[in-house]
Design a protein around this ligand. Sequence first.
Ligand code: BGC
Length: 736
Amino acid sequence: MTNQSIDSLLASLSLEQKAQLLVGGGNDGFAGSGAMLGHQKRLVAGAAGITVEIHEQAIPSIVMADGPAGVHIDPVRENVADTFYATGFPIGTALASTWNTALVEQVGQAIGNETREYGCDIILGPGMNIHRNPLCGRNFEYYSEDPILTGKIGAAMVRGIQSQGVGACPKHYAVNSQESDRTKVDERLSAKALREIYLRGFEIMVREAQPWTIMSSYNQINGQFVQQSYDALTTILRREWGFNGVVVTDWIGVRDTKAQVHAGNDLMMPGYPQQVQDIITAVNNGTLSIADVDTCVRRVLQLIIRTPRYNHYTYSDQPDLAAHAVITRQSATEGMVLLKNLGDTLPLRSQIRTIALFGVNSYDFASGGLGSGCVNTPYVVDMVAGLRNAGIATTPRITDIYQSYIPFATKKLRADKDPLMWFLDQGQPKLPELEISDRLIETEVTQADAAIITLGRQAGEGMDRTIEDDFNLTADEHQLIRRVSEIFRRERKPVIVIINSGSVIETASWQAYADAILVAWQPGEEGGNSVADILTGKVNPSGKLTMTWPIACSDHPSTRNFPQPMSLYDYKERQNWGTPIQFVHYTDHAEGTQVGYRYFNPNERPVAYPFGFGLSYTTFEYSRPSAKLQGDEVILSVTVRNTGSRSGKEVVQVYMGHELKAFAKTHELQPGESETLTMRVPIRLLASFDEPNSQWLLPADEYTFAFAASSRDIRLTKKIRLKQYTEPVNPVLLPK
Ligand code: BGC
């Protein structure tokens, strides 16, 4: 459809119809009946929402399903024999830890394909908020504490999804780095922190990948609700960055409707009747211009005509789940991060045939997180199956004990569930650990060649994590690791810890008890197979951390201003719609830009594992660093040679003044093989934010680029002289 025909379509719509197009279809597809998350039943059951059909003009409803780790829809439907399970892909953190944009794009293609084949038009992802603090409950959906990495991985994901003819909806724009009080909280921060840390990733993604839509977050920024902020949605997003898609609200925050339309928040989801009425009234009484309404309606129409549903695409309801299982297995494996490997414990020696598996998550392996970001997967490969598929047995007694416990514990958890804790039905909550006696460990050691302990964590939408018993280990977990370690090491049998968590946990106090530690994240439905691929050496680990692992959570300066404490079990006490509670409705970003490694590295603070860290089974040597100016880009290159005896991939990171500026990953290098990696960095990404002058500024100077294996393992440097660069931006969203 041409612009002209959009114009004539627009001209044919009544004010009521226009208002309906700007307000989602709620529960039943008619303007604004309201909807509980994921409870939409019309068109595609379990999708998050739909727009309203305008029958007379043949404008169909389009369907939005949650992501970001796969298509979140109901797996079974009443009176329908077929099932609608979707592939559970690795969570955001795991994907970013691959540092492999081509691989992420491939995952995006598979997710986009399932979106289309399950009859959806838009997938609500990727999640691109910054890991400001390890306690954010949704960090698992997000990529990193670093904006450049977030932007590049996000852009790759958007490109992949949209290559399938469906839209992405990167979220939650912006500064939505906490769940506590998320629908109201005012994020107070400097313009420098806002621009450099919290907006930059979105900016890179918008400029590189032009998402069809973007989701405006619930929170306020410096006193303005994002969803009704002209500064955020029009001045910055559209004027400065050139976004030309549709802004979709996040789901449960109702704002001043006319202010939203004026701000350029085109579509209000899930949609309430009052919002339709608000638009009509505001236009009629002159407080909202019809020009503002038309601008949003035009964009919504432009979106709709791109969708499969408008173009009468016949979806199969049968995506190729087997092919996608291969993709999720490979990408998950590549995102796993090996933190420790004492005396080459891994890959497992061939004489290790039987393993004693400890920890409930070994048997109830978490493929993803909780809340809207969960996926109803056809299955999850646990550690028992993963090891078995790799030819390794588990000891029968403890396997049996845990396997009998899991269904019992699952049933109990669901039975005891408080109705307010809806997220327990959205994903796989963590089951309480079983107490394991020394006697049992003593029996196990006689039958096993090694021990694996899986430490599990679960978090998700609507709640943040606590330091005690979540970031930190519980007393029982400590005890388990210590006892297993003492008993197995006494027999010279190795102890391996697998971390099955969406985000960071404490490691410093117990790491000495483990011979090897692997961060498996929440790696999607093939989890156990992906872990086994690393343990057996079928795949050489090449993931690197996308966030700092601190010694204590309080080492992060942001912890001082992060809402605390809030555990799963006092969550209901603190819900907006539950018992009234006192929130401080703002968060001070006193740390400014000192987020993650930007604080730890320049200040030389000790950490457990630094940003960018990850071990391999082989070694790499860097040579021939180069930095050249070409037009408005710096071209960086370095040669990487595999100097070890196994094939493997290496992630090279390039830092300028302690900040990541570029990265690249080699292909699988055979022993002795080299590859020259080339990275192109626009000069504008080298600039920092000059607050007094509201501009990006790179002063003329000589700059050093550090080619590094992690943010604390710089291998080579190269200097280059650069001219001054400035780029003025609008002085908006400033602190009061
Ligand atoms: C979440 C979004 C999600 C939406 C629809 C919201 O509460 O914050 O991430 O896409 O619900 O389910």
